[in-house]
Design a binder for this molecule. Structure first.
Ligand code: RIB
Ligand code: CA
Length: 309
């Protein structure tokens, strides 16, 4: 079976970590590289977290550090959600490998241009690295199959009433990506707020035993706290949705929309405006995930964790 080549661009981040664990467990995916961006925490922390997770699961793909800040705006991190380390909770051993001497844009360019098959990009943080890639090396677009990203919100934001965190941090970068002309699969809060893992399911993971299921349970123990205080029934697994669509798209309900990124608004900067007018003549630029088979999605996560045992 031919594997789908992907590159994950992330800001670990509890849910980014689970997205990495999910991706590396799939026989249908070939993770050709992992690039890191500032977002949930500063770049030094997100890079360190990415390498720690990969070392812990025994994977050592090329890893490269990217943008330490958004294109124009000051970096805003999310310690309230992910802690000061960006991956608070379990003690994870230091990484046993080093990142590439290349920057993220160069690793992305090289990997994409050298791939015999068109590459799928899987951004799960602010889109700064991807925007820089398209600006510096537009030639890569001819060998990119699609972009499956976590970001945005049709009905609401989470960082502001209008904007979801990944888009809010770097709206200008998101605008470049959504204007790229490439096929985009967007996993917004509308689906990720339904993609929650319940306490009972976290205990199923812990009771599986084994280093990876137990680590994921401990990662979720911390991630639960913030979201429980917000009134969620469980912990929303935002970033794994962008990977799960590539593996089992049938788990999701999706609709095509034209999605425009607000970059000027005083109150709406980072908003992902989906044109839902039934009579619109606007050409869609994104396949927007709106709902999912939650139990099927959680089973995919649990099976992935179990596969490391
Ligand atoms: O809004 C959720 C997104 O912001 C996720 O990617 C999470 O990791 C944070 O980066
Ligand atoms: Ca993320």
């Amino acid at each position: 079976m031919k594997k789908m080549p992907i590159i994950i661009d992330c800001d670990p981040g509890h849910d980014d970590a689970i997205a990495l664990i999910l991706a590396f467990a799939q026989e249908t995916l070939e993770v050709k590289g992992v690039t890191v961006v500032a977002g949930n925490q500063t770049l030094d922390k997100t890079l360190g977290n990415a390498k720690k997770i990969l070392s812990f699961i025994g994977k050592r793909p090329p890893v490269a550090a990217g943008a330490a800040r958004p294109l124009f705006r000051n970096l805003e991190t999310a310690p309230s959600v992910h802690g000061e380390s960006g991956l608070d909770g379990p003690a994870i051993p230091e990484a046993d490998f080093k990142e590439e001497p290349l920057c993220a844009v160069e690793l992305l360019r090289k990997t994409i241009m050298e791939s015999p098959e068109p590459v799928t990009l899987v951004p799960t943080g602010p889109l700064t690295n991807i925007a820089l890639l398209f600006s510096a090396h537009p030639e890569v677009k001819k060998n990119i199959r699609q972009i499956s990203l976590m970001g945005g919100g049709v009905a609401m934001g989470n960082w502001t009433a209008a904007a979801e965190f990944n888009i809010y941090v770097d709206p200008e970068a998101a605008a470049i990506v959504f204007d790229s002309g490439l096929p985009i699969i967007m996993a917004p809060l509308d689906v990720t707020h339904r993609a929650v893992i319940l306490r009972s399911e976290v205990e199923r993971l812990r009771n599986l035993g084994g280093k990876v299921p137990v680590l994921v349970a401990e990662i979720l123990d911390f991630f639960f706290e913030f979201h429980r205080a917000q009134g969620f029934a469980g912990a929303p697994l935002h970033d794994p949705c962008a990977v799960a669509w590539l593996v089992k798209p049938e788990l999701f309900i999706a609709k095509p929309f034209q999605v425009t990124i607000e970059t000027q608004g005083k109150h709406t900067a980072g908003m992902t405006l989906a044109d839902q007018r039934p009579w619109t003549s606007a050409a869609p630029n994104a396949t927007v995930l709106l709902d999912l088979d939650r139990e099927g999605f959680i089973q995919l996560i649990i099976d992935a964790c179990k596969s490391y045992n």
